[in-house]
Design a protein around this ligand. Structure first.
Ligand SMILES: O=P(O)(O)OC[C@H]1O[C@H](OP(=O)(O)OP(=O)(O)O)[C@H](O)[C@@H]1O
Ligand SMILES: Nc1ncnc2[nH]cnc12
Length: 188
């Protein structure tokens, strides 16, 4: 039984159950053979978004280990990254797909489960020594998170942690991320 006053809806086991119950998988999207994990229903649900935000923000560290900024990866990482940054009281940096930013600090190209892409970091938004929390929805091959991490580190900032909702372990993404701390809420 919970102690009086602790039933605030922020129990992490309860939050995880809410998140798991709102995940959807779609066969053969965007190409045949891909089992696509869709977070639309989770994000559209107020309790789902709140639970996800709390769980992702728990990777942010505290005190001298606290992160200074959240980095959200286009596109689904923008939604989660902004929510987590707001919960932590820090700012959010949008790492964008190629061609969207007017002033670019650096870019990295990579392969993912169903194609290839290039990410760009905006100029003059990360300061050397800042501790960044990388946020995205899915860790699959790890190509996206590795590219975003390299951009953050190339700017002289530190990837303090990488926080994602869902990991697809069969695709080996975690191994691509070296010794950077990776936290995923669920695996499928
Ligand atoms: O671990 P990986 O194999 O790199 O795959 C994970 C990435 O794939 C998806 O993004 P996608 O590139 O489809 O872009 P979107 O969010 O703009 O739809 C997902 O949101 C992650 O960013
Ligand atoms: N299977 C998948 N579902 C959702 N997002 C992804 N990104 C890469 N692979 C994915």
């Amino acid at each position: 039984m919970k102690a009086p006053g602790t039933d605030t809806g922020t129990d992490s086991g309860t939050d995880l159950g809410v998140v798991a119950g709102l995940l959807r998988d779609v066969p053969d999207f965007p190409t045949p053979g891909i089992r696509f994990w869709d977070l639309s229903a989770l994000l559209a649900d107020g309790a789902g978004l709140a639970a996800t935000t709390r769980l992702l923000a728990a990777s942010a560290g505290a005190g001298e280990h606290a992160v200074d900024v959240v980095v959200g990866i286009e596109a689904r990482g923008f939604l989660l990254g902004a929510a987590v940054a707001h919960a932590l009281g820090v700012g959010v940096v949008a790492v964008r797909k190629q061609g969207k930013l007017p002033v670019v600090a650096a870019r990295r190209s990579y392969e993912l489960e169903y194609g290839s892409a290039t990410l760009e970091l905006p100029a003059d938004v990360l300061r050397p020594g800042e501790r960044a929390l990388l946020v995205d929805d899915v860790l699959a091959t790890g190509g996206t998170a590795a590219a975003a991490s390299e951009l953050v580190e190339g700017a002289g900032a530190e990837v303090a942690a990488i926080s994602m909702v869902l990991e697809l372990p069969a695709l080996g993404g975690r191994a691509r991320l070296g010794d950077r701390p990776v936290h995923t809420l669920l695996a499928r």
